[in-house]
Ligand binder design. Sequence first.
Ligand SMILES: [Zn+2]
Length: 174
Amino acid sequence: MGYIAAQRVPEICQKLFCYCGCDYTDEHASLLDCFTSDHGVDCIYCQGEAVMAYKMSRKGSSVEEIQKAIDLNWGPKYPFFEQPSDQIKKYWKTRLWAKGNGPTAAEKHNDETPLYDPFTGAQEKNSKPMGKAEDCCGKKDVKDPANAKGSKEPANAKDAKDAKGSKAATTTKQ
Ligand SMILES: [Zn+2]
């Protein structure tokens, strides 16, 4: 799914940062790099970002809006904030919505940050936290397969929500 999404919007994926930690582990510079090998196969970060980028672009969102949504969703899960890589520093300087030398306050490392809905701006407080980066590309030895499956739920929940429409829009605070 992520691969198909990345194939359809490679020019957008190239302008997105993957927050799974592959900037360190595989020297990836952009999300597109995750899909030029089998790296993205079972990574909820890579997959989720690519699918979100594809969905948003289909709805007419700009690259700037897509970057923002992805940064706010996955940025806070980035495992290396204490020692950001050259890749993410470069991304911060070139991204369109918050160009600068570091993350915005909303992106400060926090595993508990609720998912941000790019279409409504709402934060889904009820959604389960995403899997940690250690469960993903950095370390592939996920012990409990049931757990790994469960960690993919936020993306699916989002799909279901998209289908139902954006009821949550009224709770927007952004
Ligand atoms: Zn990645």
